[in-house]
Design a protein around this ligand. Structure first.
Ligand code: ADP
Length: 515
């Protein structure tokens, strides 16, 4: 190399100035090339980035750092040309290290001028974007995962709602079958199977719905004084058909004194039903299942114990995690999703309580203990019990059922007729208004999700009809209303609001005392 370049500036002088500026700045990769594109000097950052020794690089054309495609596309010359014309050139492109590996690089080329305003060199500053790219990819992956998760949650909620709809007509039809007095034991047996399986499905669908509410932070509890003996009795009643179907010997021990806690009675029942259902499922037929309710110090404690398959010690802390199953094949053969215990724990914790599992190991049975803060005892405040199933209903009523789902409407009307009521069915809002005007029902069971005119509008118009006074309006919905919608049924003029499927007991209770 000659001591002076074409412009009379010594490369050594340039290198000297360059070193003063950036030689030690290792985090930046910088080099100088002469106007022809040959490397004059570079800093430590550039040496590290490209992997050549300085003596290997100096004097080489800088196009050796470009990919063959870019070289044949004339990109190195283009960079210099642009920098010469505009003062600088920016680009993001692949660059090639000595070992042939490539990295994604942002490069800025700046023209350097001498006193005569002539370009005497170009400085090229480079930034390896690999780390940025990885960070971006990481962020994108996290965003994609979050979106996929949201999609999954939405799908779960939708699926649960869609699965729930067909359950009302099935339950209604089942109640009808059970009331057809037939001596045929096969019908009775088949009815029992349907009842248990549908019950199982209702629970699964409800668990799915609850999990999707929990993940969205939308699960709300009512807060009231709950007499735990009564709530646990109801839970036991719900679980009895399954316990009986698996021929378990079931015992329920309740304290003689009332035991009060604060919370949501339906949710506390659900906790116990889930534990009893598991005890029934994970115990071989003919086993023992015991539920005890007791006061232990300041706690109200519910224990559900079985002599079933048990839980290995390493799984004990994990059984409450979502989608966890001890033995996938066994659990799946019982139709579980691994949601039940996750719900139990969340619900118990939302009540300020805690739940624990204990087991002697595989084949040694399991015990689940739920501890809730007990309220100070208060005698004589037993909860009001609801109507017993099978109790005779009061006066025959004129009932209008408004339901667009043909099976749901028909099965409900059959059921009501079986109980001696006069029933008409309307499939749309306008028909309902016309029928109501002529039929003058004392009770209207009104589906909210009607096509065209929705149930709220129908209710408002029924209430606005001065010829229809003294009528009870009951809303039936497939959804638990959101917090924002909670008052809507009442504002539209409804007296009651039920989420489908509505149990027979609830309906009979309503028919006996509509108001
Ligand atoms: P699943 O839908 O699978 O029943 P759960 O969340 O209710 O989901 O239970 C999680 C797992 O814990 C079950 O798959 C089962 O392996 C285990 N398990 C729950 N209850 C019991 C029990 N009483 N005895 C033995 N194993 C149990």
């Amino acid at each position: 190399m000659s001591p002076h370049d074409a412009n009379g500036i010594s490369p050594l002088m340039m290198a000297g100035q360059f070193n003063l500026l950036v030689a030690d700045a290792q985090e930046y990769a910088v080099f100088l090339v002469d106007p022809g594109g040959r490397l004059v000097c570079w800093n430590l950052g550039a040496e590290r980035l490209f992997g050549y020794r300085t003596d290997e690089a100096v004097g080489q054309h800088f196009s050796r750092f470009f990919s063959p495609e870019d070289v044949s596309g004339g990109l190195p010359e283009h960079e210099l040309k642009t920098a010469r014309a505009d003062g600088r050139s920016d680009g993001v492109r692949w660059q090639v290290r000595k070992d042939g590996s490539r990295f994604w690089c942002k490069a800025t080329v700046t023209a350097l001028y001498d006193e005569a305003r002539q370009v005497h060199a170009f400085a090229r500053v480079m930034h390896d974007l690999t780390a940025d790219q990885e960070r971006e990819a990481e962020t994108r992956r996290a965003d994609d995962l979050a979106a996929a998760n949201r999609g999954k949650e939405e799908f779960m909620a939708l699926l649960a709602h869609e699965l729930r709809n067909p359950l009302s007509p099935i339950l209604n039809a089942l109640s009808i079958l059970k009331q057809m007095r037939t001596g045929d034991p096969i019908i009775g047996q088949a009815g029992g199977i349907i009842e248990r399986q549908v019950g199982q499905m209702v629970r699964l669908v409800d668990d799915l719905l609850d999990i999707s509410r929990i993940t969205k932070g939308k699960l709300r509890l009512t807060r009231e004084r709950v007499e735990l003996r009564a709530a646990m009795n109801r839970a036991a009643d719900s679980a009895r058909p399954l316990l009986a179907a698996r021929r378990h010997e079931f015992s329920l021990l309740l304290p003689t004194e009332p035991l009060w806690v604060e919370g949501d009675p339906g949710r506390l029942e659900q906790v116990a039903v889930n534990l009893l259902t598991n005890a029934a499922k994970y115990t071989d037929p003919g086993g023992l299942v015991r539920m005890t309710v007791a006061r232990e110090g300041d706690d109200a404690v519910v224990r559900v114990a079985d002599n079933g398959v048990g839980i290995p010690p390493d799984m004990l802390p994990r059984v409450f995690d979502l989608f966890t199953q001890v033995d996938g094949a066994l659990s799946r053969s019982h139709g579980g999703l691994g949601i039940g215990l996750a719900l139990v724990r969340t619900l118990v914790e939302m009540h300020g309580g805690r739940v624990a599992a204990a087991s002697g190991g595989l084949g040694k049975g399991s015990e689940f203990a739920v501890k809730l803060p007990a309220l100070a005892g208060e005698a004589g405040r037993e909860v009001a019990t609801t109507l017993e199933p099978g109790e005779r209903v009061g006066q025959p009523l004129r009932v209008l059922v408004v339901e667009d789902n043909v099976d749901a409407g028909d099965s409900l009307s059959m059921l009501l007729r079986l109980h001696g009521h006069e029933v008409l069915v309307a499939r749309t809002g306008p028909t309902a208004l016309a029928v109501a005007a002529a039929f003058r029902p004392s009770l209207v069971l009104l589906d909210i999700g009607l096509p065209g005119m929705d149930g709220y509008e129908v209710a408002r118009r029924l209430r606005a009809n001065p010829g229809l006074t003294g009528m009870t309006l009951c809303a039936l919905t497939g959804y638990t209303p959101s917090e924002a919608d909670r008052l809507r049924p009442q504002q539209a003029g409804f007296d009651h609001h039920f989420v489908k499927p509505v149990g027979l007991d609830t309906l009979l209770g309503l028919l006996k005392t509509p108001r």
